[in-house]
Design a binder for this molecule. Sequence first.
Ligand SMILES: [Zn+2]
Length: 292
Amino acid sequence: MTHLNSIRKNMNFLLSVLLFATGLFLNPLSAKASGTTVYNGVDYSSVYDFDYYISHYPDIAQFFSNDPQGALEHFVIFGISEGRIGREAACDATPAATDSDPAAVSGPLSGMTVILDAGHGGRDPGCIRNGVYEKNVNLSIVLKTADMLRAQGATVLLTREGDSFVSLDYRYCFENLHPEAVFISIHCNALSGNNSFSGMNAYCNTASCAGSFDLAACVYSGVLFATGAKDRGIRTDSNLRVNLYSVIPSVLLETGYLSSRTEFPLLTSSDYQDLIAEGIANGLTIYRSLHP
Ligand SMILES: [Zn+2]
């Protein structure tokens, strides 16, 4: 990890110099792009503000104070993964997320903040089987889970509430802007040419955040117990970005295989999705008792 960090720092420096040179010699008018927040077609305005980024990081200002496009590029390529914050109270500004939960009630999860992340969305359908898009199954499970957790007192934040595209960068940035929260990402799996393989598994990265294992174990056990799904285990060295770059407890749950002839009808049924939601709520209650 130390070696990787050193490589990253060197790469960071080299890119900084390169971007600086590019801004200086090839794009002398870039300063006029002050306020730009779009990089490679993705709008980072909800998590990035040039003036904030420059004023909070002297090393960035040194290279990019007159180069807004370069600063944005640095934020996207390096800043996010380094845990740098791109703007103040960034998540308050995003329409995709709900930061307040006025309907919160008293219950076993009172005082707990849970980010629910429906995998894929918008132009990214995830896996597709029998005309069913994974993104829609994920969202349905997330919305049911959100209702259940709120009914038990949790504050619930969503990375998406509808069928919108949300980048992976946005998702882990959103995690790290909420240090008080735990993060649960919901997905379905698929396997090509095999309709008998089924089961559930979970991913976390205990090197990024040691607390992720407790969260993964509690949530995964809760859902396994509630659904009776086949246990395919927990991986603790996930390199999925929502796990790898997260500094808060984070788990990605593969709830089952849409390619499985036995799990497809389950995953697409409202009753089974309710069981998954119930399992997550039960798991979080156990987690809460371990981490009051
Ligand atoms: Zn997926």
